[in-house]
Design a protein around this ligand. Structure first.
Ligand SMILES: [Zn+2]
Length: 283
């Protein structure tokens, strides 16, 4: 794939201003070296037998020199979505840059062994950190989370405003899997906790690696089964049922393209023709 390298600082890609946006082939390594000196590059193998993709993290204290700029990793996801590149099957396209970003973040956070505190090394055989003293092996951290589009009998979808979202953005209810819980139970619990309702007919739609940080978003649809809509007021500060017409008219504002939430909402909109009710997508 890419012959160049990718540089990250926090949640940003660092790119030459001349690149315009996210350079598809990465940044020339010589150019990166001239600007930032010697960096700790890590190559991440791809899944499909293609050449790997290489990159490095810049420390938070590194000053971005003239001629370079930062570019939000999430924005890069949004801009690369829709093109369907590297999509393994229908669903949200996989992103090699996101995979690299995930691995680099994890590598930075696993510098020391969690058992004995010795500095970890990279395994030569697999994507893992290995402690040279006690042999503890650590793999990239991945935290599963569910995200659910719930519809009611009127064919409306439940969209909620999380206090972390931009002002008018409403999206799907989501939450992290707890230890000892299967994903179905996570979905039921999160929806009950955050908006007070019960669901039925939970169905898997698609999933997406979402390293902000280290999540695996598992997308479902479900149907309303009972209860009164009531926000928890902690995470969710607004929630309501919205018709497809309303959402098409821009009410409420949706999350940016590229996220699994937007993918599932768009799939639902595509299923609901004007003036028609529907159950759920994915069946
Ligand atoms: Zn150890």
């Amino acid at each position: 794939m890419a012959s160049g390298v990718y540089l990250f600082q926090g949640n940003y890609l660092v790119v030459p201003e001349s690149a315009g946006g996210l350079p598809d082939a990465g940044v020339d390594k010589g150019l990166a070296g001239a600007a930032f000196g010697q960096l700790d590059y890590r190559e991440v193998p791809s899944f499909a037998g293609e050449p790997g993709i290489r990159g490095a993290l810049l420390g938070a204290d590194v000053v971005i020199p003239p001629g370079w700029r930062t570019f939000s990793v999430r924005q890069a996801v949004a801009e690369s979505s829709g093109a369907g590149r590297d999509g393994v099957c229908a669903g949200v396209p996989a992103s090699p840059v996101l995979r690299l970003y995930h691995v680099l973040q994890w590598r930075e956070e696993s510098r020391f062994c969690g058992s004995c505190g010795s500095p970890n090394g990279d395994s030569p055989e697999e994507l893992a950190r290995v402690c040279p003293r006690c042999g503890r092996v650590e793999y990239p951290r991945i935290s599963p989370a569910v995200i659910v589009l719930v519809t009611n009998d009127r064919g409306e979808a439940l969209l909620a405003h999380n206090r972390k979202f931009s002002k008018n953005v409403y999206s799907l209810v989501a939450g992290f899997n707890e230890a000892g819980e299967n994903l179905e139970a996570t979905a039921v619990r999160e929806i009950r906790e955050e908006v007070g309702i019960e669901i039925k007919d939970l169905r898997f739609v698609t999933s997406q690696s979402w390293p902000f940080p280290n999540s695996l978003m598992v997308g479902f649809t479900a149907r309303y089964a009972g209860g009164k809509l009531e926000c928890d007021g902690i995470e969710i500060t607004g929630a309501d049922w919205f018709s497809a017409e309303s959402v098409r008219d821009g009410v409420p504002e949706l999350p940016a393209p590229g996220s699994v939430s937007r993918f599932i909402i768009d799939a639902w909109l595509a299923e609901v023709r004007p003036g028609e009710k529907t159950d759920t997508i994915g069946r």
